[in-house]
Design a protein around this ligand. Structure first.
Ligand SMILES: Nc1ncnc2c1ncn2[C@@H]1O[C@H](COP(=O)(O)OP(=O)(O)OP(=O)(O)O)[C@@H](O)[C@H]1O
Length: 642
């Protein structure tokens, strides 16, 4: 019977009696099948019994038989003396020996190559008594530590690898426990914010770098999404927040705070974040570029719209022609005022060249490279005035299908020419005055204020003062506009200008019609100079054009609206559809009608032959293509006259 079966283990009894009053412990069973190395030695340090694990290790047969094994054969020799003394002490005095580092012997190795190295571990010993006997023994329990050490080393290696990985990551990583204290920080986190591990480990993560909003307002930790991850267990993300650097500057970041769970319990969170300063900068640059493009697009659209409106008008303006004293005085005034930003009010009868003067003022000002924008106040429907001046946003009124830029905005940096300014409706005059004074306004349907820098040049053929007295024009607007009035004299007061103007018009019109240049005779010039010119320069231009049309050959034929004394000199055989009425002034419509009738008469006389010798085109002195074009414009169809 193995010795061990007859022993009472004080240790086992002590341990188990803590759980219940009495537990029958089958000592032998425990001894034999313990996963630890166990042996019984007597006071002479002879091993009397040895358990299965140890037996296997020593290569002994796995029986229950007692052994008589020399103590030295169990352990390495260097342990012998001291260890033997300690074991003897345990048996004699009953004091336990706890955790002495030893290494086991491996009999087989010793036999083969004399090596003594075996398992490393801790040896503990307790005194046990033989049941019913008086002899004491020592129960030895050996715990192998090399596996444990290897596991610890492996764990450390694993930890190091993880740390290396985490440190190699470009994103900042923080670990926080369930109280919000920092447990881990990687190198990127330190690089981004400057906080070193020793600054943050064990301290509140939020208090260190998430404590305030960028504008300095406090950011309570109760509102912190990072912390919320370990209270509500959800992943929280932020892409519009700031962390604070050690130097007190904020860094824009995007982050993810992921909860950490252990056995279902929230233990903290891991925060991964990245510095998005560059991205922000790029976004801002993109945004700025986009706004710039939008602005340029808007500007282009404005210019396009304006050019569409103006294309015909601008083509008609050449240089100011004239040499009369009256015109020279006007030009001197223009020269004086052009370079300033003063408002100019151009006064004069219809057709005296007020618009030309306005354009000359703009062209001679420092704003010349900016737009001159014209509003013909007489042609704007009353209900559209506001939109015309200030613009509107889409949907601000019925028919406002898209945003529209107002003329004031278009003229920003340049000049706004208010032609026929006396026609502005009274109820809009106040708003316009405010905009002109403040140099700011809002589009219809918009509350955003637009600031501009606009010079005003206005023109009228009305007596504006009389309009003010009659209550049709606001006095304050009148004074605002008429800081510098320029009077353009009528043609009848500029007799000296008639010749140069007539010659220039004749040259231009001949060129335009593609025919040989014609000349005005001295007599014709005298005739023109003695005319009253109620329609002023526009009328002069019309008469010259009409004369060119009627001319067949080399001699210019002044006709139609000429005064009686001129008309008396008209050559016989002049083609005319109907006799010209005895009137000094022809309206444009009258003139067009006469032109049409003349054309029809000529066409009839050539039996509707347009080109060739004695064709209608030749008779009229124009190219066949010009005549064909004009027939189309006047809707003259042969079929209607057969
Ligand atoms: N000094 C000038 N030299 C050359 N052409 C001129 C001159 N003055 C006026 N004109 C021509 O006469 C026509 C009428 O001129 P403009 O439109 O400037 O007159 P206005 O006074 O503004 O007329 P309205 O009062 O009808 O608006 C235009 O075709 C213009 O080119």
């Amino acid at each position: 019977m193995p010795v061990s079966k007859s022993y009472e283990s004080q240790i086992f009894v002590i341990r188990f009696t803590k759980i219940c009053d009495f537990v029958m412990v089958n000592f032998d069973l425990c001894f034999r099948h313990s996963p630890l190395f166990a042996a019984i030695v007597d006071e002479t340090c002879i091993c009397c019994d040895i358990n299965t694990v140890w037996r296997e290790y020593l290569g002994l047969p796995a029986t229950d038989d007692a052994v008589s094994y020399p103590f030295e054969a169990l352990f390495n020799r260097q342990n012998d003396t001291a260890l033997t003394r300690q074991i003897t002490h345990v048996i004699q005095n009953g004091a336990a020996m706890n955790g002495r580092a030893v290494s086991l012997c491996r009999q087989e190795s010793e036999q083969s190559d004399g090596a003594t190295a075996g398992l490393q571990g801790m040896l503990s010993a307790w005194r046990v008594k033989q049941a019913g006997g008086m002899r004491y023994y020592a129960l030895l329990v050996f715990t192998e530590t090399s596996e444990y050490s290897r596991a610890v080393a492996k764990l450390k290696q694993l930890q190091k690898t993880h740390e290396l990985i985490l440190n190699a990551v470009g994103e900042g990583i923080y670990g926080v426990d369930a109280r919000g204290n920092t447990t881990f920080v990687n190198e990127a986190a330190t690089q981004i914010l400057g906080w070193r591990a020793e600054d943050v480990i064990g301290k509140s993560l939020h208090d260190i770098h998430h404590h305030s909003y960028p504008d300095g307002r406090p950011y309570p930790s109760s509102e912190c999404p990072i912390y919320r991850a370990f209270t509500d267990g959800d992943i929280h993300r932020g892409d519009d927040e700031f962390f604070w650097r050690t130097d007190g500057t904020p860094v824009p970041v995007e982050y993810t705070s992921t909860p950490i769970r252990e056995n279902g319990e929230l233990k903290g969170a891991v925060v991964v974040y990245r510095d998005i300063t560059e991205r922000r900068k790029n976004e801002q640059q993109r945004e700025a570029a986009y706004l710039e493009i939008k602005k340029l697009k808007e500007l282009l659209e404005r210019e396009r719209d304006y050019l569409r409106d103006e294309i015909n008008i601008t083509a008609n303006f050449g240089e100011i022609i004239g040499e009369s004293q009256a015109l020279m005085r006007t030009l001197a005034q223009i020269e004086a005022v052009a370079r300033t930003s003063t408002s100019v009010l151009i006064l004069g009868e219809s057709g005296v060249g007020k618009e030309m003067i306005a354009r000359a003022i703009h062209a001679n000002s420092s704003r010349a490279d900016k737009p001159l924008v014209k509003v013909n106040c007489a042609s704007v429907p009353k209900e559209l005035f506001e939109s015309e001046f200030f613009g509107h946003v889409r949907g601000s009124f019925t028919g406002a299908h898209r945003d529209r830029v107002g003329r004031l905005h278009l003229a920003d940096g340049g000049t706004l020419f208010l032609d026929e300014v006396g026609e502005i409706p009274l109820d809009l005059q106040g708003k316009l005055l405010r905009a002109l004074q403040e140099q700011e306004f809002e589009r219809v349907g918009d509350d955003k204020t637009i600031k501009v820098d606009v010079r005003i040049v206005a023109a009228t053929n009305r007596d504006l003062k009389a309009e003010v007295e009659a209550g049709r024009f606001r006095m304050d607007l009148y004074y605002r506009l008429s800081i510098f009035p320029v009077e353009v004299p009528p043609l009848r007061q500029r007799i000296d200008d008639i010749g140069p103007l007539a010659m220039q018009f004749l040259k231009n019109i001949c060129q335009e019609f593609g025919r040989e240049p014609l000349k005005l005779t001295r007599q014709q010039l005298d005739q023109l100079s003695s005319y009253d010119w109620p329609g002023n320069i526009r009328e002069l231009k019309n008469i010259i054009e009409r004369a060119v049309i009627l001319t067949n050959g080399q001699r210019l034929r002044l006709d139609l609206a000429m005064p009686d004394h001129i008309r008396r000199n008209r050559p016989a055989g002049q083609l005319s559809a109907k006799p010209v009425e005895k009137t000094k002034l022809l309206t444009d419509a009258d003139f067009r009608e006469q032109e049409k009738m003349n054309m029809i008469a000529v066409l009839k006389s050539t039996n509707w032959r347009i080109s060739g010798a004695d064709g209608a085109a030749e008779l009229l002195g124009v190219k066949p293509s010009t005549l064909a074009y004009r027939m189309k414009i006047f809707r003259i169809n042969k079929a209607d006259y057969l």
